[in-house]
Design a binder for this molecule. Sequence first.
Ligand SMILES: *Cc1c(COP(=O)(O)O)cnc(C)c1O
Length: 435
Amino acid sequence: MTGLKDIYRGLSIDEDVLAFGEQILAQCKERFAKIDETAEYNQLKVVKAMQDAKVSEACLLGTTGYGYNDIGRDTLEQVYANLFHTEDALVRPQITCGTHALALALMSNLRPGDELLSPVGKPYDTLEEVIGIRPSKGSLREYGISYRQVDLLPDGEFDWDGIKAAIGEKTKMVTIQRSKGYEPRKTLSVERIGELISFIKSIKPDIICMVDNCYGEFVQRIEPTDVGADMVVGSLIKNPGGGLAPIGGYIAGKKECVENAAYRLTSPGLGKEVGASLGVLSSFYEGLFLAPTVTASALKGAIFAANIYEKLGYQVVPNASEERFDIIQAITFGNPEGVISFCKGIQASAPVDSFVTPEPWDMPGYDAPVIMAAGAFVSGSSIELSADGPIKPPYAVYMQGGLTFPHAKYGMLRTLQSMKDDGIVKSSQLIIKDI
Ligand SMILES: *Cc1c(COP(=O)(O)O)cnc(C)c1O
């Protein structure tokens, strides 16, 4: 550790915090090796998708104005289609975020009188207004599109009978959220999503199965479109943007589904033909190229966090040893001080805005003050190391991201240092006896 101790000391990490971290890391080696193997597989998958689409230097330039014949944009969409093994894809800076991509996929493929079904319980918060679960202008509900939901069973299993009963004549589309998001349920593996889709299609083959793929891309070797999903939808400021994409969303899937989305995004009659890529394409390509290893770094950071805080006696989801299907880590501190101290540590480790102190505030749309820590190159990017937590019981914090593992590691050590400085974690706890 020559030199390392000194550089960490210069970054305010005490020796006992570092030593504790190193011991925890030693226990994570095997799991990290598996993650590296997955990253290698997915790296090759991305390179192959780019080679097969004949990405050229000209593709990295952008267009302005209408963006007719934007070869870089069209080729990138072919790359995404190759990667997800789909007929087509829509990958655009005009898709402003993940919620927008999901709203687009839903609104363009549903018509008045249709019904949308979620067989995996409540969807991500922001989708409540898209669907109209919480009233909003322009919701699906306002357009006469109804919604049904079947919750997961208490043990986390699918409610097969309930799902079967919920599928009716009007059921046109199913939305399946891969990641747990900020719910206490487990994240779905791609294999489980496949079982669910097979079951649904066996009841009604023409139902469109859409998967909210946010936070799940490149965590496994297969994606939901490999197991029957008609569409996968996600955000470029999460996994597939690799930290470089400054904006954007994607929809990959059946030609007709993607076409519908394109006509809705731009205009009937225009579809995919317009939409200048401006100057962002090189970051979309390069970000996608980096995405498998960036996702691996984030995963390792999450596993490191789970192992540190489980060892210290806190409840962590997923736990220190279970298999992972997304990059989110929840840690329950049981009191506001823990949540705030952890977030202060994340902020202090950031490359940008490390000198500011995050404070809980009353964010619109939330029923309790929320504290957020992020010092990102891309504002709000959650593939970069970030954390947030509502200041209410059970006082859990959700952390995710880390563009490189060394930074994710430092971030976790910094949270531990913050907890130590605030007297929440004692020096005597930072000694591991049983290894
Ligand atoms: C982040 C996320 C969204 C919404 O994406 P935004 O870019 O924040 O609008 C939707 N679903 C899941 C599961 C997410 O993690």
